[in-house]
Design a protein around this ligand. Structure first.
Ligand SMILES: Nc1ncnc2c1ncn2[C@@H]1O[C@H](COP(=O)(O)OP(=O)(O)OP(=O)(O)O)[C@@H](O)[C@H]1O
Ligand SMILES: [Mg+2]
Length: 272
């Protein structure tokens, strides 16, 4: 709760080790609040979050050390170099000097930022900053990585570079939780999704399950100044559904975006 605003409520979810889990939801759905609570930056007014039965709290306990956090907005020190940003984070987490240096160099190499390691963070492009934020979160060797909209405001090539970085980290065994409102990103990366709307979890499932629930095929047509989408289990069903249409139509496979639109439409209908 933020004063009278309930950002997240009635929420129960278990995420297994090694999952690549995505929270999807529109602006204001409660995604950041959820990640902030998971990383103990915001205390829930009721309920709790635990990792392997150990509650997460504000102190630098073992459970908190297991988390690496990449927030929605920059957490870099602009006047420090890339290398100094990483070393500084390592110091906060109690890594000795040798280890701090070694790990910073390794991670900058991994992110392809080595040739810019001595440049100040403020000189980095948006994509480079995001990469630096990701490797910074990895300095203390967490086994769970939380990312709040890791590719927001990045162009398509940079978005794909970030995706590749995350895929590689997942392949190496990291459990990853991210939030996004890019449906393409959720579909490309995540093995399981939770769809959040108005602070509650509306659905969980693999991308294919969520799409299948809405209907695997879409009949789309434009009539009376409005695009309408109707869902069908089969292509034949969708084609049959189009039989009486006078307007132009299109039958295609459904994607996550369709499922998401259907979900939010249902909510608006439920609210009358
Ligand atoms: N510090 C705060 N004080 C008051 N209300 C807040 C605060 N932070 C978030 N909220 C409210 O809580 C709700 C959820 O916000 P949150 O930032 O978690 O959403 P989000 O899904 O991350 O949105 P976005 O996609 O825009 O980042 C919103 O109604 C928001 O206005
Ligand atoms: Mg947010």
């Amino acid at each position: 709760m933020y004063g009278a605003i309930t950002a997240v409520s009635d929420f129960s979810l278990e995420i297994a080790r090694g999952e690549f889990f995505g929270f999807l939801g529109p602006n204001g759905a409660g995604k950041t609040t959820l990640l902030r609570m998971t990383s103990a930056l915001t205390a829930p007014s009721a309920g709790f979050i635990s990792i392997d039965d150990q509650r997460v709290d504000r102190n630098l306990t073992d459970s908190k050390r297991r988390l690496g956090v990449v927030p929605q907005y920059s957490n870099l020190e602009n006047e420090l170099s890339a290398l100094q940003n990483l070393e500084y984070h390592g110091r906060l987490y109690g890594l000795d000097m040798g280890k701090r240096r070694r790990r910073s160099e390794e991670l900058l190499e991994f992110a392809g930022l080595s040739d810019r390691k001595n440049d100040k963070a403020k000189t980095f492009s948006g994509g480079m900053r995001r990469k630096l934020m990701i490797v910074k979160a990895l300095m203390h060797e967490p086994d769970i990585l939380l990312l709040d909209e890791p590719s927001a405001a990045l162009d398509a090539p940079w978005r794909r570079r970030i995706w590749d970085l995350l895929r590689e980290l997942h392949r190496q065994g990291l459990t990853i939780l991210l939030t996004t409102h890019y449906l393409e990103e959720a579909q490309a990366l995540c093995s399981r999704l939770g769809m959040i709307d108005c602070g509650t979890l509306r659905r969980t499932g693999t991308p294919a399950e969520i799409i299948g629930e809405a209907g695997n095929f879409v009949l789309e047509y434009f009539e009376n100044g409005e695009t309408t989408q109707r869902f069908f289990d089969s292509r034949a069903g969708a084609v049959a559904g189009a039989a009486r249409l006078e307007s132009e139509f299109r039958v295609r496979e459904a994607n996550l975006e369709d499922a998401f639109i259907k979900l939010t439409q249902n909510r608006l209908r439920d609210q009358g």
